[in-house]
Design a protein around this ligand. Structure first.
Ligand code: PLP
Length: 313
């Protein structure tokens, strides 16, 4: 959402398949930029169907108080504006009601709302060429139910019935979340004060994986190396070296480890590196691709020179 003029111009230049439009102002801006470039912009309106995806508030995007999309009536108005414009061509309709959706119910409810709009548009002479239902397919981090994709597919097929309406989806984390992990080494073990939970201070931090700090997200932690059978079991928080109390990777875990143990923070393959930052001047981690028994460094560790490179004298 919030497409800038530069982004719209670039998308027009490269011939983007479709702009998913999130407001009236955005539609008008796309129209004006397309007129100026003497192009026709393909558009789809993102509808916010006001459906509770039963997920964390930060990753719930389809409720009426969310910043995303427009309500059904506004969508109809925007389609009628687009239908009158020579610089816009209507291609589809889309929605994305949130992330980590565990059951098909809210997704199917969203499709039903979308199909009502599709039919109203069709009655008014506007035929859409696709429906995009977004992503949000829940994955298992701890004990969550992963979305049953086969059941979802079958139910979508049933709901769409005889309509010849291509369906698009935007599977995000379901493709990669459980395919990646963050390796980190214990620097220090530190007891808590007056019997409080202690700490394993590790060399990774919220700048490497912000999900625990941002959403209180749970990631499994496994000790993969540097542990002896005689090491005691500790009850502790796994925290990073950053100057924030919110800098933690896990809270209140039982782990058998010692200083220098190597830990794997699991399910870090989505919203890990793409949300990483240089907070506290920390370089972003290297990335290693594991292909069977082959290892390949596909992104080197960031250095302080990398961070200083963009600063002006
Ligand atoms: C419009 C849209 N589609 C798809 C996704 C993917 O979501 P997820 O990774 O939870 O499946 C997102 C994530 O923010 C999104 O904003």
């Amino acid at each position: 959402m919030g497409k800038s003029v530069a982004e719209i111009d670039l998308a027009l230049k490269v011939g983007v398949g479709c702009f998913n439009v999130e407001s009236r102002s955005e539609l008008i801006r796309i129209q004006q930029r397309a007129e100026l470039a003497q192009k026709v912009a393909p558009i789809s309106i993102r509808v916010n169907p006001d459906i509770d995806a039963n997920t964390h508030p930060y990753i719930s995007t389809g409720l009426k108080d969310s910043k995303f999309g427009v309500d059904a009536n506004t969508a109809l108005t925007l389609y009628s504006i687009a239908a009158k414009s020579k610089a816009l061509s209507i291609t589809g309709i889309d929605c994305h009601i949130g992330s980590q959706i565990a059951s098909t119910g809210p997704l199917l409810e969203a499709l039903q709302s979308i199909l009502k709009i599709v039919d109203t548009l069709s009655d008014g002479g506007i035929e859409l060429q696709h429906v995009n239902l977004g992503g949000g397919f829940g994955v298992r981090y701890q004990d969550e139910q992963a979305l049953d994709l086969d059941a979802y597919g079958a139910q979508l097929h049933k709901l769409l019935g005889p309509r010849q309406l291509p369906l698009r989806v935007e599977p995000g984390r379901s493709l990669t979340a459980n395919g990646g992990l963050l390796l980190t080494q214990v620097e220090y073990l530190k007891p808590g004060q007056e019997g409080a939970t202690g700490f394993a201070v590790v060399d990774a931090a919220m700048n490497d994986l912000i999900r625990p700090s941002l959403y209180d997200a749970w990631h499994d932690i496994v000790v993969v190396d540097g542990v002896n059978p005689e090491d005691p079991m500790h009850r502790l928080d796994v925290v990073g070296p950053i100057c924030e109390s919110g800098d933690f990777l896990a809270k209140d875990r039982s782990l058998q480890l010692s200083e220098d143990s190597l830990l794997a923070v699991l399910s870090a393959g989505a919203y890990g590196m793409c949300l990483a930052s240089n907070y506290n001047s920390r370089g972003r981690a290297a990335e290693v691709l594991v292909d069977g028994t082959k290892l390949e460094c596909i992104r080197r560790r960031e250095t302080i020179q990398d961070q200083l490179r963009l600063e002006l004298p």
